[in-house]
Design a protein around this ligand. Structure first.
Ligand SMILES: NC(=O)c1ccc[n+]([C@@H]2O[C@H](COP(=O)([O-])OP(=O)(O)OC[C@H]3O[C@@H](n4cnc5c(N)ncnc54)[C@H](O)[C@@H]3O)[C@@H](O)[C@H]2O)c1
Length: 391
């Protein structure tokens, strides 16, 4: 107790949140099910895993483009279990991955009369998962989240790890990517490869970029595995494709969930998963950007490797190796003509991975040896941008 000059007494108290932290998230663990056909039996899984009884309410958020491949089947399976479903179909558009769009989900859910045990079920790519996850994290101070990823990128990366986000429009038409959000782990993630059947080929290849990133963080064996199968992974019509993709999904999920389990809040090791992302987010923030997330990540990985070579942390040829396999996976490794280095460099300042005014970059030395550099020399950052065609 402290005595103030005027004779009154003050008191200080503290609450040890660490002890009760487990009760602050909606789930003790995230159950990840990888099974063909699992989306169409989601209702019975929710009944078993989330103890969702007949008469319970659920908010279903569906990516309009994933309605046919998964959304309709998920809705049917929930209704078959007697769950009262409110469904909202949304367009996956980065300019509408905003708080305003999250508010639409919140208003629909509240209008539906949800309670704190009512899940938000998101069926779609990483964008819909991030948006619905953000809504789940604040609705009634947090409701359970169920993710049914329907893009390869969301299966191998976005649905694993508990991050939610919306973008923030910034001055000058740039987009502050994922600047608002939280760690809100899903209670259940159902990965059903059959839902990829309607996915456009460019979206499929975009997902391969995040798996390539995982492989580079893991090690030489994993990188060589992808290098040996690049064409087969990139072409759904090629023999052996289904088997290779199945293995890639399982390997990526195993790898990312292990990293997240060791460092859930991205205080250490998990930061390495941002390999290529500081460049990618700068690319994606440009008003004229048309690249998909994975495409920007592929370019970002080449740029990060060029930085590593420039500061003599990686052997010459490292960027070329990434460029070669990314090209074989059908991914771009260069920006379009006229990409302005100054604007891209300035946009790096909005990245979440920065620390104060200092830029932090994750760079590859060699497969399995990825490191963080703080405040890299400006000449090296420029070399990175120039390696991918910015000028
Ligand atoms: N939370 C995380 O940890 C994390 C990690 C990586 C990326 N992300 C976020 O994920 C988003 C990128 O995810 P994405 O690559 O899945 O893109 P996306 O969600 O934007 O989907 C890409 C396109 O595919 C369409 N689509 C989705 N499923 C389909 C299907 N089965 N058939 C046909 N079309 C389908 C969508 O409508 C969209 O047009 C970005 O917003 C990114 O910030 C989040």
């Amino acid at each position: 107790m402290t005595r103030h000059a005027d004779g009154t007494r003050g008191e200080e108290r503290s609450i040890d949140w660490r002890r009760i932290a487990a009760s602050l998230v909606p789930t003790e663990s995230t159950r990840i099910v990888i099974e063909a056909g699992a989306a169409s039996t989601l209702g019975s899984r929710l009944a078993a895993d989330l103890r969702l009884a007949s008469g319970a309410r659920a908010m279903l958020v569906v990516d309009v483009n994933a309605a046919e491949a998964a959304g309709n089947a998920v809705e049917r399976s929930l209704r078959e279990m007697g769950v009262a479903v409110k469904r909202l179909d949304l367009e996956a558009n980065e300019h509408r991955k905003t708080q305003a769009e999250a508010d639409r989900i919140l208003a629909a859910a509240i209008g539906h009369g949800v309670d704190r045990d009512s899940p938000i079920v998101a069926v779609g790519g990483g964008l819909i998962g991030d948006l619905a996850g953000h809504a789940a994290s604040v609705l009634l101070r947090g409701v359970p989240l169920v993710l049914v990823p329907t893009t390869l990128l969301a299966m191998v990366d976005a649905s694993i790890g508990g991050k939610t986000a919306v973008n923030v429009p910034l001055a000058g038409g740039t987009l502050g990517r994922n600047l608002v959000g939280s760690f809100w782990p899903a209670s259940l993630v159902v990965i059903d490869r059959e839902t990829l059947r309607t996915l456009p080929i460019e979206e499929h290849r975009s997902g391969l970029a995040e798996s390539l990133k995982h492989a580079w963080i893991e090690g030489e064996t994993e990188v060589e595995w992808i290098e040996r199968r690049a064409e087969s992974l990139a072409d759904p019509a090629s023999p052996g494709h289904a088997e290779a993709i199945g293995e890639l999904i399982a390997t990526s999920v195993r790898f990312k969930s292990a990293v997240v389990a060791r460092d859930p809040l991205e205080r250490g090791e998990r930061r390495l998963l941002n390999l290529g992302h500081t460049f990618a987010h700068a690319i994606e923030s440009q008003p004229t950007n048309r690249l998909r997330h994975g495409e920007a990540v592929a370019i970002g990985m080449v740029a990060a490797a060029a930085v590593a070579e420039s500061v003599a942390r990686a052997e010459a040829g490292t960027a070329a190796r990434i460029r070669a396999v990314a090209s074989r996976l059908g991914l771009p490794t260069c920006l379009e003509d006229g990409a302005a280095l100054a604007a891209l460099r300035a946009a790096m300042g909005f990245d979440k991975k920065r620390s104060g005014a200092r830029l932090r970059l994750i760079i590859p030395r060699r497969p399995g040896q990825i490191e963080m550099v703080e405040a890299p020399p400006e000449s090296a950052v420029e070399a990175g941008w120039r390696a991918v065609g910015a000028g």
